[in-house]
Every structure is written in C-alpha cells, then in structure tokens.
Design a protein around this ligand. Structure first.
Ligand code: AMP
Ligand code: ZN
Length: 490
C-alpha cells in the first residue's frame, strides 16, 4: 500500500503537497473538536466525517496514527469580550456548566457512533489542561510576545508580526484587518486591535475559573488547541485540521502562539474542510438554519421530505470533495440513496460472481477501475472520483453477470479486498448485511415478475401495466428483454 503517495492540499503553502510524515510510520493528526454548548449540527458533522476519512485512509495505508480531537468546554467566548458559550448556556438551562458539557459531549459521541466515525485516540478537554495552558502562556511571556494587563494576558500581535509572518495561513493582512475590526472590538486592556487573550480575568459571576500567576481567570480559546496538540503530538507534528471558518482567527492564532513559545513549532500540513450550506448559506446555530444529524435520520425537520439512513447521508457527503461547499437538498439526498443502493448491489454481485476460468480482459477492466478508485483517494481524498470509479466497477460486474461470465478466484478475492477496503475501511460505509431481507425481497419480486409474465403472455396489458406502474411508484423499475424481465431499485 505504501507505493501510493498521498497528496494533500496544504493551506499553509496553498499547494497540493506529497505527504511525508515527520517520523514514519507514525502520523500525528489534530482536529479541532466541537464546542459542547449545544448539539452538533450536520455542518459540524460534515467536518468530522471528512477527517474521519483522512484518519481511516492513513490507517489503511499502514500508518500508525495518533488522532487527537479536543472537546472545547471552556474559553470559547461569544465574542472577544463576551460571555463563555458554555456558561451562557448553563445560565439559560439553569444547570451547572459541567452538566452542559456532559450532556452535549454525550450527544456528540452518540451521533458519532450512529454515523460510524472512529473514536479519536485522545479526546482532551480544555478544562483538563489548565496547567499546560498556563505553562504555555509563561513561555510566550518569557519570549516577550505577551503582556499582562489588569489580570488578563494578551498576545502581542504587533510585536510578533515584526518578526514572523502573522497571516501566513489565512492570507489576512494586518493593515486591512485594522480597517475591518477596529470598531468591532471591546477588549479595553489590549494594546493593539489584533491582540488576543491568552488568559482572561474572571468576574465574580464567572463559575468556571482557575487560579494563575495573573490572578483568577480562564484560558483563551485559541490556546487550548496549541497546548493540547503539542502535549500529545509534539511541538512539530504532521497534520492539523478543522473547518475553513477556523482558519482565522483560531488557527492563525494557534500558529502564532506555538511559534512565539518555540520558534519553528506547530503543524506541517494544515487542512481545511468546506461548509455544509443551506440555500448557499453556511449551516450554523446562530443563523437558525441548522439540521441535527439525528433529524436527517428521522426526517423530523421542516426542510426534510423524509429520513435517510446515516450511511446514505455520509454517501451524499462523499459525492462532493471535502474542500468544496456542499449544499443540502432533498433531491441530492435521494440521488445519493440510489447511488448507495447501486454500490451495495455492485458489492453483492461481485461476492456472488461464479468462480471459474474467467476472461483476462474482464479481470483487468475490474482491477483497473478499482485501482483508479484507490488512486483518486491519494489525490487529496477525492471521494467523488473514487465513488465514480466504484460505479464503473459496478457497471462492469453487471455486464459480466448479464453475460454469465465467471472470474478467476485470485482476481475475485483481490477485487473484493480492494472494494471492501475502500468502502468499509476508508469510507466507513457499512453496507446492509440484512441478506434475509434481500432474499425475501428477491422471492417477492420473482413472484410478481411471474404474474407479469403470465399477464403479458395472455396479452392482459391492463394487469401488466398496473404492476409496472405500481412498482415504479416505489422506485422499482422493470426492463423487458428476450430472456424475460429484470428489475432494479432506482
Ligand atoms: P464548533 O463547535 O463551532 O467549534 O465547530 C466544530 C467544527 O465544525 C469546526 O471545525 C467548524 O469549522 C465546523 N463547522 C461549523 N459549521 C460548519 C458547517 N456549516 N459546515 C462544515 N463544518 C462546519
Ligand atoms: Zn482548535
């Protein structure tokens, strides 16, 4: 498998780069996890699903991955001078902040299980790493890139930018930012508009707060990811990911903190996923246009015509590259469902194809298409192209079945191993294994086809057409040929 070079789009360089781990076969992967002040919506999950594919694919390639995805349970303020999101929610629900954290972390884990995401190897929380965050602030102060003001500590962006490239990740230019944000900002203790809090003094009302060398307070949001990624993956590690809305300020500030604490540190590859949108607008809690993952499953949402199995929702996501926006629509979900059923059929046909002498040509067509599918994954995880190749495989197998061809047993097992490896291991799609159900469906359809054949022989077109129309209304189509009739779920 190592023969495949993986190419990843690196936001830091703006280039697609060949992926070379610092210390193979080990790969350190850090992804910004959810802020657990309410339920994760499908947009959040799109990002976690995209990184699940990366995590799975790296493992499939034989790397030993340490996947760290944090839980933000303190420090994420509503704005720079505002209230902590978790505390605000706790006040609204009249429960402890830690009850909010437990409730929504559990919800996130349940949803991750339903959608078949692999658990991270380490899932650190911000509240569990206050000591590490304080020590990182001390390093930044010692290097002269942070200052204390009235019990809070701020990162000195102006000073940092004189020595380092602040904006290297997001492409933001300080002078332009100045114009945009000067009046929007409420942090009175800051020296410079772009400075950001590493430690924020707590008010008497603040519930979650900790002692520090600068007094009682809370850590800044950007800091937790720097402290926890370096603790578990080292000062320089392989891949850091998150949604593209985190590029600025969150990730830009993370890089600045790491570089300020120790020059040359931080991640080598930065990957950003694009947004799930509704009518072109980012799905977001604050815009009141979010759909929860379990609502996709149950169909209980005004925008959903019906529910869809979790694997169909994932398949819908894979049909768009992770770095492109994905707009929600019922039509696209229904098309994805048909595609998913088709893929499943391809796998079943391959499993059932008779072993025999087979033809060399059939074997090479199948293997080529499967290798193409694998190859597309090496190209920055191009799942839509990978799936298109799997459909080609399905078409070829259907052709072979139609001509009653066999496949030699070596090729068959090789093809099955690649097909299953991509579908199960990399894409994390569990195909329905309910063969009992499929068998009985086959029997019912055979009986119906028998009735239709009889009707046609007797030229009873009314019955034959009624059968065809009735079944077509539930998505089953017939095709008639010399050998008889066959059916397909579209
Ligand atoms: P948060 O809980 O707000 O910190 O977000 C968790 C993750 O979800 C972050 O990586 C965000 O970038 C990502 N995210 C938020 N909204 C969307 C969206 N509509 N589509 C895709 N990813 C999103
Ligand atoms: Zn983060």
């Amino acid at each position: 498998m190592k023969a495949h070079t993986l190419w990843l789009q690196n936001t830091l360089s703006g280039q697609k780069e060949a992926f070379e781990p610092i210390n193979p076969p080990f790969v350190g992967l850090y992804v910004c996890g959810p802020t657990v002040y309410n339920e994760v919506h499908m947009g959040n999950l799109r990002t976690f699903i995209s990184f699940d594919v990366l995590n799975r694919y790296l493992r499939y390639l034989g790397y030993t991955v340490r996947y760290v995805r944090n839980i933000t349970d303190v420090g994420h303020l509503t704005d720079d001078s505002g209230e902590d999101r978790v505390e605000k929610r706790a006040r609204l629900e009249k429960i402890e902040p830690m009850e909010i954290v437990q409730k929504y972390s559990r919800g996130f884990h349940r949803v991750s299980d339903v959608f078949g995401l692999l658990d991270p190897d380490i899932e650190p929380t911000a509240t569990g790493h206050i000591v590490e965050q304080i020590s990182m602030i001390e390093s930044v102060i010692a290097k002269g890139f942070a200052y204390e003001a009235n019990g809070s500590v701020y990162f000195d962006v102006e000073k940092y930018a004189k020595k380092h490239n602040y904006g290297q990740l997001s492409g933001r230019v300080l002078e332009e930012l100045d114009q945009q944000t000067r009046n929007l900002d409420g942090g009175e203790d800051k020296r410079f508009f772009a400075d950001f809090a590493l430690w924020k003094k707590a008010s008497d009302e603040t519930i979650m707060k900790w002692p520090s060398p600068w007094g009682i307070g809370v850590p800044g949001w950007h800091l937790e990811c720097s402290a926890m990624s370096t603790k578990y993956l080292g000062k320089t590690f392989d891949i850091h990911g998150g949604g593209m809305d985190l590029k600025f300020p969150h990730h830009e500030c993370e890089i600045a903190q790491c570089q300020a604490a120790e020059e040359g540190s931080s991640a080598r590859y930065w990957m950003h996923t694009n947004m799930l949108t509704i009518n072109g607008t980012k799905m977001s809690k604050s815009l009141n246009n979010s759909i929860l993952p379990m609502e996709f499953v149950s169909g209980e949402h005004d925008l959903l015509e019906r529910g869809y199995p979790p694997m169909v929702v994932k398949f819908f996501m894979y049909q768009t590259h992770y770095s492109s926006p994905l707009d929600f629509s019922n039509e696209a979900l229904q098309a994805a469902e048909k595609g998913f059923i088709r893929l499943q059929k391809g796998m079943e046909l391959l499993e059932n194809i008779p072993e025999g002498k087979g033809s060399k040509e059939d074997a090479s067509v199948l293997l080529d298409a499967l290798n193409d599918a694998l190859h597309h994954l090496t190209d920055d995880l191009n799942t839509p192209r990978c799936i298109a190749s799997l459909f080609e495989v399905t078409n070829s197998i259907q052709r072979m079945q139609h001509h009653s061809t066999s496949l030699d047993s070596d090729t068959k097992s090789q093809c099955l191993a690649i097909f299953k490896g991509i579908v199960h291991q990399v894409l994390g799609l569990e195909l329905s294994t309910n063969h009992a159900h499929n068998d009985s469906l086959d029997k019912v359809m055979d009986a119906l086809l028998g009735i239709r054949k009889k009707a046609r022989t007797e030229k009873n077109w009314a019955v034959a057409d009624a059968l065809r129309d009735g079944l077509s209304s539930v998505g089953v189509t017939f095709s008639d040929n010399k050998e008889g009739s066959s059916w397909e779920i579209k």
